[in-house]
Design a protein around this ligand. Structure first.
Ligand SMILES: [Fe+2]
Length: 255
C-alpha cells in the first residue's frame, strides 16, 4: 500500500432479490455493473482502489439470494470490500452472510476507518439510530487509535441537507454521535450514503461527505420526494493522505 490510501465508496445500490426486477423503473443491476466497470477500467490512467466501502441499502428488502449474489460478486473483485447496512437492508442477514465483509475497523497506513451500524430503532420511514453499543465502540476505537487519522463511516447522514422529507429521516441521534466525535481531533471526516446526493460539508471542523447512489438520484433541497433523472449513477473516490488530508471526487458513470 502506498503512502496514500485510495478508497472507493459505493452506496445505495438498492439491488433486488431478483436481478431482473427493476427499482423505481430502472435496472439498478446494470447501474452497478457500470460503476464497477468505471472503477476498475477507467478511461483515464489511474490506479485501482485499495479497498471498497459499501455503505448500505445494498439489497432493497431482499432475502438471502440477494446478499449471496452480491457477496459472490464482491469476492471476484481484485480488492477487498467491506459493508455496512442501511435502512433498506436486512442487518441480521448481512451479518450472517458477510464474514470478512463485516469487519468494523480497518487499519490503512496512517489511517483507521471505523464502520458503524446506524440501523437501530428504525422508524419505518427511513431513519435509523446508532445504538449505545455503536457509540461506545466508536469511542473505544478512537481512544485506541489516538495516533491515527480517522475516517468514520455510517449509512445515515448525521447533518441536515435542506430537504424536508430527508431531514426527517436522517440519523436520529446525530447529537449523541457528534458529542463523541468532537472529543477527538483525529476524526477527520464522516462518510455516509442514504441521501442519494453529493454533499461535502464542514460540521464544526469535521468534514462530512455524502455520496450519491449507484442506483437513483434524489432531487436536492426538495421538501417532497422527487427523483433527479438528469444525474447518472455514481461512486466516490477518497484519497487518504498520510498528513491527514483528504482528496475526494464523485464519479458519474454512463450506463
Ligand atoms: Fe438508499
Amino acid at each position: 500500500m502506498s503512502d496514500t490510501v485510495l478508497i472507493a465508496q459505493i452506496t445505495d445500490c438498492h439491488l433486488q432479490n431478483d436481478p431482473e426486477q427493476l427499482y423505481r423503473g430502472l435496472d439498478v443491476e446494470q447501474h452497478l455493473d457500470a460503476v464497477l466497470e468505471d472503477l476498475f477500467h477507467p478511461a483515464e490512467f489511474s490506479r485501482p482502489p485499495d479497498l471498497i466501502l459499501w455503505t448500505g441499502d445494498l439489497i432493497h428488502h431482499g432475502g438471502p439470494q440477494g446478499y449471496l449474489r452480491l457477496q459472490q460478486r464482491l469476492a471476484q473483485l481484485p480488492v477487498p470490500s467491506y459493508w455496512i447496512p442501511g435502512n433498506h437492508d436486512d442487518t441480521a442477514l448481512m451479518m450472517q452472510i458477510g464474514g470478512a465483509l463485516n469487519l468494523r475497523t480497518l487499519e490503512c497506513g496512517e489511517w483507521v476507518i471505523i464502520l458503524l451500524d446506524s440501523t437501530s430503532l428504525p422508524d419505518g420511514k427511513g431513519s435509523g439510530t446508532l445504538a449505545q453499543n455503536e457509540l461506545d465502540y466508536l469511542q473505544q476505537q478512537l481512544n485506541q487509535y489516538s495516533d491515527r487519522h480517522c475516517l468514520v463511516v455510517l449509512h445515515h447522514n448525521p447533518v441536515k441537507v435542506q430537504s424536508g422529507w430527508q431531514d426527517s429521516i436522517m440519523l436520529a441521534n446525530a447529537a449523541s454521535f457528534w458529542e463523541v466525535l468532537h472529543n477527538y481531533s483525529q476524526a477527520k471526516a464522516v462518510v455516509c450514503g442514504h441521501v442519494h446526493q453529493d454533499w461535502d460539508l464542514d460540521w464544526q471542523g469535521v468534514r462530512v461527505l455524502m455520496t450519491p447512489a449507484s442506483s437513483v438520484e434524489f432531487k436536492k433541497c426538495s421538501d417532497q420526494f422527487q427523483l433527479d433523472d438528469d444525474k447518472k449513477p455514481a461512486y466516490r473516490l477518497l484519497e487518504l493522505r498520510s498528513d491527514g488530508q483528504i482528496q475526494t471526487s464523485v464519479k458519474r458513470v454512463r450506463c
